[in-house]
Design a protein around this ligand. Structure first.
Ligand SMILES: *Cc1c(COP(=O)(O)O)cnc(C)c1O
Length: 421
């Protein structure tokens, strides 16, 4: 790695300096975007390996190119480890990212125009769950359900069942990007069974927490298909993973290749294999539990300061802070103020947000990345204080500078594994 880096520094200082700047940024501030994490040095080594040179269209033992002795070995290891980790019968590790992963599942089981029951974007669903701006929303008939304010912002399963009986979906989808609670898979499965629909859980955000068994596993509830990205709480390279029952293996594999993609990125698949090995260790389980403990501590400390969280707290790694209700600041202004003190967040729409997506009512906060660098509940208490002080007085230059210095000191005492910055 270091030798490659020296060559890059010498040949292309413009790009090399931008990479070094990003390294410094990642080390020097607190990363609170819930979908981000710091991957392992061992994964960076796999990503930067000669595997990027190799074409491997097809699947192990059935490739369209020669020279697959080692790539076959790597992909088989990745699939075996993924199945063991998630108690799945089949795994496909080829999706290039989360979006093609979900598209492949839709095309594996649905015809254009078929109906999917999925969560509304502003209530926590993902773009690939049929948002009108996505191509998937044009190809398939997505009917969106919402969370229920009268149930504290959770899912009303009686209403969901009525909707399912009315529209008769072919697929029922749960799994979200900004929903701070655990999912009741058994209730989804019961409703899907009643209308004869397949069940899909997109656990992209909580994949690592499910792998570590600190959150429920939808496969244990009999779900047909589970999708997850490999780079969020799972802490691996950027990629997608599709897990399923053995009966669906043929349909899913054909939908990924040749249905949607050409050559898989074997360097990423090697990185995913390493990630799954890491996730089988006791250390990873402790990490996943600490991620949950930190989220609870941060949510409690924010609420103690009077901040308003969507659903009034969290059961997972993330929370949505209503910055308009709490501080009279829109999400973009809040994100920018926190950027100034070295706390990175993302603006976030809240359920039925009356404001536009680029100036929404809140921000999203998550603990996977800061937990990777060993921050604990006590640090979360300090972090909550900094967030509240910043958002109460975003124009107080001297106050923000003082907070920036405290953030930097906390970061210095919690190095990022494998990054010097
Ligand atoms: C992040 C995410 C995805 C998409 O992942 P990309 O890698 O960004 O394409 C899909 N579904 C959910 C629920 C997500 O949170």
């Amino acid at each position: 790695m270091d030798v490659y880096r020296q060559q890059l520094d010498a040949f292309d200082p413009a790009v090399a300096q931008a990479i070094a700047g990003e390294e410094h940024r990642q080390v020097d501030g607190i990363e609170m975007i819930p979908s981000e994490n710091y991957t392992y040095p061992e994964v960076l080594a796999a990503l930067g390996s000669v595997l990027t040179n190799k074409y491997s269209e097809g699947y192990p033992g059935r490739r369209y190119y020669g020279g697959q002795e080692f790539t076959d070995r790597i992909e088989r290891i990745a699939c075996e480890r993924a199945c063991a980790l998630f108690r799945a019968e089949h795994a496909n590790v080829q999706p290039l990212s989360g979006s093609p992963m979900n598209q492949a599942v839709y095309f594996a089981f649905l015809k254009p125009g078929d109906t999917v029951l999925a969560m509304d974007l502003s209530h926590g669903g993902h773009l690939t769950h049929g948002a009108p701006v996505s191509h998937m929303g044009k190809v398939f008939n997505f009917v969106r359900y919402k969370t229920a304010p009268q149930q504290g912002g959770t899912i009303d399963f009686d209403a969901l069942r009525q909707l399912a009986l009315e529209i008769r979906p072919q697929l029922v989808l749960c799994g979200y990007s900004s929903y701070p609670r655990d999912y009741d898979y058994a209730s989804f499965k019961q409703i899907a069974d009643e209308v004869g629909a397949l069940t899909m859980a997109d656990i992209s955000h909580i994949g690592g927490l499910v792998a570590a068994d600190v959150m429920r596993n939808p496969l244990d509830a009999g779900f047909d298909v589970v999708t997850t990205t490999t780079h969020k709480s799972l802490r691996g390279p950027r990629g997608g993973l599709i897990l399923s029952k053995a009966a669906h293996a043929g349909a899913i594999d054909a939908a990924v290749f040749p249905g949607l993609q050409g050559g898989p990125h074997m360097n990423v698949i090697a990185g995913a294999a390493v990630t799954f090995k890491k996730a089988q260790e006791a250390d990873f389980r402790r990490y996943a539990q600490a991620t949950l403990d930190n989220a609870k501590a941060l949510a409690a400390a924010l609420m103690a300061e009077g901040a308003k969280l969507v659903t009034g707290g969290t059961d997972n790694h993330l929370m949505v802070l209503d910055t308009v209700a709490s501080f009279g600041l829109d999400g973009r202004a809040a994100e920018e103020a926190l950027d100034r003190v070295g706390i990175t967040t993302n603006k976030q729409i809240i359920p039925d947000d009356p404001r536009p997506p680029l100036r929404p009512s809140g921000i999203r906060l998550g603990t996977p990345a800061c937990t990777t660098r060993g921050m604990d509940p006590q640090a979360m208490g300090r972090l909550a204080g900094w967030i509240v002080r910043t958002l109460r007085r975003p124009d107080d230059g001297a106050g923000l500078a003082a907070i920036r210095a405290e953030v930097r000191a906390l970061c210095r005492s919690h190095p990022v594994p494998g990054v010097s910055g």
